[in-house]
Design a protein around this ligand. Structure first.
Ligand SMILES: Cc1ncc(COP(=O)(O)O)c(C=O)c1O
Length: 405
């Protein structure tokens, strides 16, 4: 196993902007749901790069697509289109409500495009004052200034001077609050169809249907941020399909490229046409290399075997978490959809999610947190039973360590 003693965690503190606090572990390779660090220690990956590596690490089909496209054409500007982008867009259109696709490089960029498009559409179609955006407390939509302001977490959005205006927040799952805030000046409601970073919180059926109805009543566009929930994560190709509520604009990133940076904004022709030539763009958006990898990932994820497998593995995850809870009694709620699973800690364990993450790493397991009190799991959609089994053995060791400390 390769080791690079000169490239150590200490180097991070010397040469990197200190906006992250990475673990001492430096991963160097991965296969399936296993990762190896510089010292050759193996980890089971229940994090999937925060819901990114939908087919695990080094999936042969993605490696093949990357190599094949890498030897043909990496990049042309959007002055030209390219075959992989058109093929991928066609597949996204065929598989969803959407008729048009805009490609970007990250979730934040796709959301930025969605918010700008919603405003432009409303100004063109209705009037100059129809620019208000409603989003949800504890939501997360990315780190550009527009998207971080739409996200409902002041810790991320404050301290950078004047924020983009006309953005309002209400509580998730509180339809009355939305009804009291939405009006004819609202151009869009932006929502995660299951809050990820905010604590793995699913919407109630009544709430999400009500959001759609209120948007219709006030001619506001409904934007589903499916950056975390999209591309198979919930056991549906996109989460909206399981909810029975169709958005007007949908954003996708993370799993879309299976680990290669790419994002997409999907919408109808009638809305899309308000992004006329020159109104918006991206140098790298829709580059052939990213689109070729994403197409290969999409072809695999968008199959009954993978999507059914997610539902089945979801049950295994939830059962295993229940078993751990019988042993340790540390969770007050286990929830989520598909392979986006959250386990909320009991009151006596408040703030201990990060301790469990660190103890898991020591035990050879990568997990995530969502806030201070929720453990979050977003593994490969094709994680094997054996990998799940080993991962839970390690999680049990980690929890025992934290509980007994
Ligand atoms: C729901 C949601 N939207 C947007 C983003 C931002 O995506 P990116 O980090 O690719 O900009 C994230 C990232 O965690 C997310 O979970």
């Amino acid at each position: 196993m390769s080791s690079h003693p000169e490239v150590s965690r200490a180097l991070f503190d010397q040469v990197m902007v200190p906006n992250y606090a990475p673990s001492d572990v430096i991963p160097v390779s991965g296969k399936g749901a296993r990762v190896w660090d510089q010292q050759g220690r193996d980890f089971i990956d229940f994090a999937g790069g925060i819901a990114v590596n939908c087919l695990g690490h080094s999936h042969p089909a993605l490696v093949e697509a990357l190599k094949t496209q890498g030897e043909k054409l990496w990049h042309v500007s959007n002055i030209w289109t390219n075959e992989p982008a058109l093929r991928l867009a066609q597949k996204l259109v065929d598989a969803t409500f959407a008729e048009k696709v805009f490609f970007a490089n990250s979730g934040a960029e796709a959301n930025e495009a969605a918010l700008k498009l919603a405003r432009r559409y409303a100004i063109d179609t209705y009037h100059q004052d129809k620019v208000d955006i409603i989003a949800f407390n504890q939501g997360f939509h990315g780190r550009t200034f527009f998207t971080v302001t739409a996200g409902g977490q002041k810790a991320y959005s404050d301290g950078f001077g004047p924020k983009p205006g006309a953005i309002h927040h209400v509580d998730y799952n509180d339809l009355d609050a939305l009804a009291a805030t939405i009006n004819d000046n609202t151009c869009a409601v932006m929502i995660e169809p299951l809050q990820g970073e905010g604590g793995v919180i699913p919407p109630s059926h009544e709430f999400i249907k009500g959001v759609r109805e209120l948007c219709d009543k006030h001619n506001a566009l409904l934007i589903f941020d499916e950056v975390q929930t999209g591309v198979g994560r919930t056991g549906e190709l996109f989460a909206y399909m399981g909810l029975g509520v169709e958005p007007d604009i949908l954003t996708s990133a993370k799993a879309l490229g299976g680990g290669f940076p790419i994002a997409a904004m999907l919408t109808s022709t009638a809305i899309a046409e308000h992004f006329k030539v020159g109104t918006h763009g991206s140098t790298y958006g829709g580059n052939p290399l990213a689109c070729a990898v994403a197409e290969a990932a999409f072809d695999i994820v968008n199959t009954a075997s993978v999507l059914d497998g997610v539902k089945q593995k979801s049950q295994i995850f939830q059962q295993k978490l229940e078993q751990l809870n019988q042993e340790f009694g540390i969770f007050k709620d286990i929830r989520g959809a598909g392979l986006l699973v959250g386990a909320e800690l009991i009151d006596e364990m408040q703030g201990k999610a990060r301790d469990i993450l660190v103890a898991s790493s020591d035990a050879g397991l990568m997990v995530l947190v969502a806030g201070a009190n929720v453990l979050r799991f977003a593994p490969s959609l094709v994680i094997t039973d054996e990998e799940i089994e080993t991962g839970f053995e390690r999680l049990s060791q980690a929890i025992a360590k934290v509980v007994n400390s």
